[in-house]
Design a protein around this ligand. Sequence first.
Ligand code: PEP
Length: 250
Amino acid sequence: MRRKLVVGNWKMYGNLAWNKALLDAAVEGLRDYRNADYAICVPHPYLWQAQAILQGTNIAWGGQNMNQFEGGAFTGSVAPHMLVDFGCSYVIIGHSERRELCNESDPVVAAKFEAAVKVGMKPVFCIGESREEHEAGEAEEVVARQLDAVLTRVGAEGLAKGVLAYEPVWAIGTGRGASPHKAQSVHAFIRKRIASLDSGVAASIRILHGGSVRVANAAQLLSMPDIDGALVGNASLVADQFIAICRAAN
Ligand code: PEP
């Protein structure tokens, strides 16, 4: 039985006072909900604050990106061990916004996945097709290519050290997510592809769903057999909404 996981992605939002209110509310609201896992990925400058408030609670924290190299002349970048220094258990890798806005290619994403695992973090590895690819019926082809880039680099055993997040790009931030059945069919496809290499890994790896997961659709999405949790953007910025989605996973 795979334990559900809900990961909040704050993106580039927050300030010290606002973060504190949201983190305190999440700690309070989830204290007694111990049948699922939760994490919040905050902007890098606030990792110390997330660590200070969340350590010792049932909510983990993480970064939203990192460099694949251990160190070097990469102005503005953050190395994997730096996230570990602030207690991160998770790091989001290959989010569509970084693939699109920062030209992160499949090989770069695969290198980041490997680097995160090497320092003991769990990458939350995002895959998903764009609207054009979706409309052209290419969803499976695209997620297979993105998945294979990581599988080629680290194998199924390596993949097992992370978490997958299927996020159809056309659903992110739109308020119009994929229907539970449509989402389930791509999740099942992903699991089947992993099973063709290693059935044990396929059975145990968590595949989260992302893209306009809200209070209204969370329970239905989370009831699908191959949806093991959620990666939540917008709704993770509102304490009551994030807590309600986490409780649905619990
Ligand atoms: C995301 O950014 O990963 C995301 C899923 O955003 P939203 O929930 O706002 O669609």
